[in-house]
Design a binder for this molecule. Structure first.
Ligand code: AMP
Length: 289
């Protein structure tokens, strides 16, 4: 496995692989790998000849009161996991390589970022789209794989790729969950055993939303109310429970294509989850942590 931290060397590696007619699959991450990340690697391997994974905890997407400094990091472990999973190149730029000066030009998302995570974290998606577009310019992938777990992010990146003609294919992989339904997240490592139990409020809410819709309720206000009730648990502060379409706009009627999106604070940790109601979380891959 190659390991590169210099953007110019990364671009040269990609170009040399492409000159040998190898296609490139790319998985951008912030590291502290779990099986969710590694399934994206597997998917990239299916779709391309070479797999590049980046690890970069992007300061631009964290607000001043957020967890940038305490975001979990473990490069030796990530390196071992990436190598075992057959990653061809690990790209590990540092902040000074990505932002030698404060970037003036940034990618500002449209109205789909004015809701949910965009409201909870002002400026977050501008930071995400800016770093992802930089990474796309450096790695020049044929296909990029993102997780459905960050639904709004995946949709916004997909739109950016279309709107700004990035000329790559986006692939969105299902959310990997623990056996009891909790979506894997690097931030789960912050949860105490009690909080870990309380965190099940999110997947419970998604199941309740699905069951309420399956029971014949199509009014988003009523479905949402049932979901919010299911999110109540000790130590859980629900932030939102929304029913949206693939463009992250609120729906007027709940259908099989409606996406239920939830966010809550569990202790000091913010967690997100979502489901397409017609698919249900039962269809998502499960692992033991
Ligand atoms: P992160 O390192 O948290 O920025 O995530 C990197 C990529 O992994 C993003 O595309 C995430 O959506 C994806 N991801 C995170 N958690 C999961 C999960 N449980 N299942 C599938 N993909 C995930």
């Amino acid at each position: 496995m190659r390991e590169l931290s210099n953007p110019t060397e990364m671009r040269a590696w990609s170009r040399s692989e492409r000159s040998r007619r190898h296609t490139i699959g790319f998985v951008p991450t912030m590291g502290y790998f779990h099986e969710g990340h590694l399934r994206l690697v597997d998917r990239a391997r299916e779709l391309a000849d070479r797999v590049v994974v980046s690890i970069f905890v992007n300061p631009l997407q964290f607000g001043p009161d957020e967890d940038l400094a305490r975001y979990p990091r473990d490069l030796p472990r990530d390196r071992t996991l990436a190598e075992a999973r057959g990653v061809d190149c690990l790209f590990l730029p540092d902040a000074s390589a990505m932002y030698p000066t404060e970037p003036l030009a940034r990618v500002v998302p449209g109205s789909a970022a004015d809701t949910l995570e965009g409201t909870a974290r002002p400026g977050h998606f501008t930071g995400v789209l800016t770093v992802v577009s930089k990474l796309f310019h450096i790695v020049e992938p044929d296909v990029a794989v993102f997780g459905r777990k960050d639904f709004q992010q995946a949709m916004l990146v997909k739109r950016m790729v279309q709107d700004l003609d990035f000329g790559l294919t986006m692939d969105i992989a299902p959310t990997v969950r623990e056996l009891d339904g909790l979506a894997l997240s690097s931030r789960n490592t912050f949860l105490t055993p009690d909080e870990r139990r309380s965190a099940l409020a999110l997947s419970r809410a998604l199941r309740t939303l699905e069951q309420t819709w399956r029971g014949g309720e199509a009014d988003p206000v009523k479905v949402q109310r049932a979901g919010l009730e299911a999110m109540h648990a000790p130590g859980v502060i629900p932030e939102y429970c929304a029913l949206v379409d693939e463009s992250v706009q609120p729906v007027s009627r709940v259908t099989a294509h409606t996406v239920a999106v939830v966010a809550a604070r569990v202790g000091k940790t913010r967690l997100l989850d979502n489901v397409v109601l017609g698919e249900g979380i039962g269809a998502d891959p499960r692992v033991t942590p």
